[in-house]
Each structure stands twice: as structure tokens, then as C-alpha cells.
Design a protein around this ligand. Structure first.
Ligand SMILES: [Zn+2]
Length: 199
């Protein structure tokens, strides 16, 4: 299995993502670091890993989906899985907000395997106590029309790792412990996903 990791946004201005109200957390920066951590742990676990955007510059969404699909065509879509790593924000108004917690997203017509991976991620996030104050998802995933999960051929999940404009979440996102907990929840879910595939 080939794990494809998308670090979402690049250096602004194209799709720079958002930042915390105090500007200490920038989404593109944080996601880059997180993808690097997940990739390291995946390699240690013997999982073939591909970082989708090695560049520091911004890479447009359609180029990112093209890259994913090229790997799928070469290796077989059923042998690949994509996780796109993000941080959520409740507003873009430079203020702190109340919403906090972890969510995992699949496309509207996503495959069963996408939903399974999203569910396994949700279980690990809940175990890590990252549910926050978001409403429970009975299905253990959320559905969103995001191009990176919608237009790619392999099973795909987009993770929104807490809220950068919530003060408690932001402190967790900045901490070394917090980063390790979030990287580990991805890895544990991926390992469980591989076990599921091999059943
Ligand atoms: Zn984002």
C-alpha cells in the first residue's frame, strides 16, 4: 500500500490557508510539519509513503489532484490511499472562537474504503480525546465537497485537526505533545486500515 500525504496549502498567496488570530499558527506551515512527522512514522512502520507537495511554494489544487491520480494510474488506485492534512478555523475574522475538536471528511460519493479510513481516524481522534465540542457524527465521518478527496481515484480522507482560532486548540496544536498525538492518531488509523484491507 502506498500512503499519499497532502500537506494542503502552500506558501501564500494562492491557497495559503488560514492562521490563528495571533498569527502564531499558519496552516500551511503546520500541515507541512505534520505531514513530515506522519511520513517519518509511516516509513518506520514500513509503509511506502509519498509526500504530494515537496515544494514550499503553493501548488494549485488541480495539480495536486493530477499528481495523486498519476500515482494511482501507475500503482493501481486500490493500492493507494490519500490523507490531506489541514487545521480548521471557525472564522476568518481574526478573532478567537468557541468551536474546537477534530473532524475527518470524505467526498459525497466516496468509496466504502474512504469511509472506513475516516471512521478509523475518528476512533483514534476520539481515543486521543480530541473530539472537542463538535457534534457527534453517528457515521464517524463528515461529508464535504472537497476537490482533493472528490477528484482523486484512490480512497481519500481530509483531516481537519482541531481549530487554530480556538485558544485551547491552538495551544495544543503548537505543543510538541499535541503534534505527536495528532501524528500518532494518523499512523494508528493507517495501520488499522491496512489490517482491514488484508482481512
Ligand atoms: Zn485547509
Amino acid at each position: 500500500m502506498i500512503l499519499i500525504l497532502d500537506n494542503g496549502h502552500g506558501n501564500p498567496p494562492l491557497t495559503g490557508g488560514k492562521c490563528s488570530p495571533d498569527k502564531r499558527i499558519r496552516e500551511y506551515d503546520w500541515a507541512r510539519d505534520m505531514v513530515r512527522r506522519i511520513a517519518e512514522k509511516a516509513k518506520e512502520a514500513g509503509i511506502e509513503t509519498h509526500i504530494l507537495v515537496p515544494e514550499k511554494t503553493d501548488i494549485k489544487l488541480n495539480e495536486r489532484t493530477r499528481r495523486v491520480n498519476q500515482i494511482c494510474d501507475e500503482k493501481g488506485a486500490s493500492n493507494c490511499v490519500l490523507i490531506s492534512v489541514h487545521i480548521n478555523a471557525a472564522g476568518a475574522d481574526g478573532k478567537w472562537h468557541n468551536a474546537r475538536g477534530w473532524t475527518g471528511w470524505v467526498a459525497p460519493k466516496s468509496s466504502q474504503n474512504s469511509k472506513t479510513l475516516a471512521r478509523l481516524l475518528y476512533i483514534e481522534a476520539t481515543r486521543a480525546n480530541l473530539k472537542g465540542n463538535r457534534a457527534d457524527s453517528p457515521s464517524c465521518y463528515w461529508v464535504g465537497n472537497f476537490a482533493i478527496v472528490r477528484d482523486t481515484k484512490c480512497p481519500a480522507v481530509l483531516t481537519e485537526n482541531l481549530f487554530m482560532d480556538n485558544e485551547e486548540d491552538a495551544a495544543f496544536l503548537e505543543s510538541e505533545d499535541g503534534k505527536e498525538i495528532i501524528a500518532n492518531l494518523h499512523i494508528e488509523a493507517i495501520k488499522n486500515y491496512i489490517v482491514h484491507l488484508n482481512k
